[in-house]
Design a protein around this ligand. Structure first.
Ligand SMILES: Cc1cc2nc3c(=O)[nH]c(=O)nc-3n(C[C@H](O)[C@H](O)[C@H](O)COP(=O)(O)O)c2cc1C
Length: 191
């Protein structure tokens, strides 16, 4: 049996819980992937507020779940092999922690590990407008090899629903890890 490919998904208290949820849904249907989910307390608040979803319902979408304060979890060590991590959505607070190597919870610690092991880190920062420290923190993470992927819809796709826009963003992020995203959105092929 081939080993499953592991992807860590961190969800924080920025608006856009749907991005993390949709990502887990897409990966749930793919046998070769194993998702490791960790959500912050503020993330749980937004999950309830934006989607009417409880933590337990979210947990059903993941293969493995970890507590935000479980700094002894598997994903807190580089010895535990993963393909990388997506933080979807990423608050400015967590972005700051990642940019400064402040691993005081399992999301910032796991991201720190992914960066030190030179694995793929995709951060979906969400705030507007941005102040200078937000921009500097994004630059720092980019300098360390992380990928800033702000969830900004592309209007050229002429999506007819909010879910279509979410699917396109989620599809493009997962595509970066080599996940099969066929059918999730239509890639641009020119005019
Ligand atoms: C409804 C709601 C929406 C929020 N949206 C954002 C946001 O888009 N970006 C952000 O940086 N913080 C946002 N926040 C604030 C964060 O949740 C807060 O800074 C929190 O401490 C982040 O902690 P975490 O990164 O550990 O989840 C929002 C809070 C609430 C209640």
């Amino acid at each position: 049996m081939t080993a499953k490919r592991r992807l860590i998904i961190g969800m924080t208290g920025a608006t856009g819980a749907i991005y993390g949820v949709r990502m887990l849904q897409v990966l749930q249907g793919q046998e070769q992937w194993e998702t490791h989910l960790v959500i912050s307390s503020a993330g749980v608040v937004n999950l309830k507020h934006e989607l009417g979803m409880k933590r337990a319902e979210l947990y059903e979408l993941a293969d493995v779940t970890h507590g935000i304060n479980d700094i002894a979890a598997s994903i807190s060590s580089g010895g535990f092999k993963t393909e990388g991590m997506v933080i979807a959505p990423c608050s400015m607070k967590t972005l700051s922690a990642v940019a400064h190597g402040f691993g005081d919870n399992l999301i910032s610690r796991a991201a720190d590990v992914v960066l030190k092991e030179r694995r793929r880190l995709v951060v979906m920062p969400r705030e507007t407008p941005l102040n200078l420290i937000h921009i500097r923190n994004m630059a720092s993470v980019t300098e360390m090899g992380g990928i800033m992927f702000p969830p900004m819809p592309a209007f050229y796709s002429k999506s007819d629903s909010m879910m279509a826009m979410v699917n396109e963003t989620v599809g493009r992020v997962l595509d970066m890890f080599g996940v099969d995203v066929a059918g999730l959105y239509t890639p641009w092929e020119g005019l």
